[in-house]
Design a protein around this ligand. Structure first.
Ligand SMILES: Nc1ncnc2c1ncn2[C@@H]1O[C@H](COP(=O)(O)OP(=O)(O)OP(=O)(O)O)[C@@H](O)[C@H]1O
Ligand code: SF4
Ligand SMILES: [Mg+2]
Length: 328
């Protein structure tokens, strides 16, 4: 097992209360596996990945659990140990590219520095590798563009530069937070191909965070669906799409536009909105929006139960076959 997250909790202490952005989640990732995390805005996807990277900023704080990377708890590492792990064994493509690009340095200096620090290459070799990486993420005239500063590039180009930087040191684990959102469809496909290639060739594992269920169905092996900081469903990608259990996941799947769908009906939308994290409903967090809501759902929070590797948090499934076992 490459990464094992157990009962992770990350909270933000605000003036008006505590936001439980990540609320007791557990998952694991094997070498070479691509695990997708999906969910609407605010469900805790980015905070989960920042927690693994050790980059949660104040007023946020990891308040519980463990994050085992190759058996060692990253939460027990000090700053410099984490710095050494980041960009070497674990790297990340951030949702907002400007957060990881320094505006005052040229692209080439940033990518070469990262390569030289982590790969012990000479300056010339690092330059060649940087240009090569920029080329394979689809940057035209890479040797020229490498001399640009970040602000001279479009959002899509910066996203590609960040991808090149993240992959240049051949990490064992890549955390990719919405890696394709800012990109057009062709480049999106190229980046996904590249992640696939890195997984095949170097056995790199990927934690792939995305809104886009199309990307999930193409790229992921396994999927976690998050809602309000908790996992509500987890399954291998085929099972999730073909034997969907949770009403929230069903809602997400029904909201995907389909090319072949010629009906005039408007696209499905899950009713209502994600609850305010400071005013979470008692009981199931999805109860206000769920078509199947029962009385009990408003009083109690369902547990995450598992059956044949398929996990779900919903009372509709609680009393089904005896082999369903409580997961928590
Ligand atoms: N700096 C912060 N201060 C206060 N609350 C925060 C902060 N960062 C995140 N949160 C809260 O944590 C929760 C999870 O946020 P997170 O950014 O992980 O969502 P997400 O799933 O990545 O959403 P998106 O799809 O929009 O990127 C949200 O309720 C958010 O309001
Ligand atoms: S527990 Fe109840 S409210 Fe929650 S998703 Fe299941 S049926 Fe809907
Ligand atoms: Mg996010």
């Amino acid at each position: 097992m490459l990464l094992e997250v157990n009962h992770l909790k990350t909270e933000f202490q605000l003036k008006h209360g505590t936001v439980k952005a990540v609320d007791d989640i557990s998952f694991s990732l094997n070498k070479g596996e691509i695990l997708a995390i999906v969910g609407e805005s605010g469900s805790g996807k980015s905070v989960t990945s920042l927690s693994v990277m050790g980059l949660v900023q104040e007023p946020g704080e990891v308040t519980g659990g463990e994050i085992l990377f190759k058996g060692e708890d990253l939460l027990k590492k000090n700053k410099s140990e984490m710095q050494a792990i980041r960009g070497d064994q674990i790297s990340m493509i951030f949702q907002e590219p400007m957060t990881s690009l320094n505006p005052v340095y040229r692209i080439k200096d940033q990518i070469m520095e990262s390569i030289m620090t982590h790969m012990k290459l000479s300056k010339k070799e690092a330059w060649e590798r940087a240009v090569h990486m920029l080329d394979i993420v689809g940057i035209p005239s890479p040797a020229e563009r490498a001399k640009d500063y970040p602000h001279q590039m479009s959002g899509g180009m910066r996203q590609r530069v960040m991808t090149a930087m993240a992959l240049s040191c051949r990490p064992e684990l890549l955390i990719a937070d919405e890696p394709t959102t800012a990109l057009d469809v062709t480049i999106q496909a190229q980046i996904l191909d590249l992640l696939y290639h890195m997984r095949e060739k170097f056995n790199m594992a990927v934690l792939l965070i995305t809104h886009d269920l199309g990307v999930v169905s193409e790229a992921a092996d396994r999927v976690i669906v998050m809602y309000c900081g908790k996992i509500v469903e987890e399954a291998d990608v085929r099972t999730l799409f073909e034997e969907t259990m949770h009403p929230y996941t069903l809602g997400l799947l029904r909201s995907i536009p389909r090319l072949e769908d010629e009906s005039e009906e408007p696209l499905y939308m899950i009713k209502g909105m994600v609850p305010n994290p400071l005013k979470m409903p008692t009981g199931c967090a999805f109860s206000d929006r769920c078509d199947k809501c029962m009385d009990r759902c408003r009083r109690e929070m369902p547990e995450l139960i598992e059956r044949n590797g398929h996990k779900v948090r919903c009372f509709l499934y609680e009393n089904e076959p005896e082999e369903a076992e409580k997961h928590e």
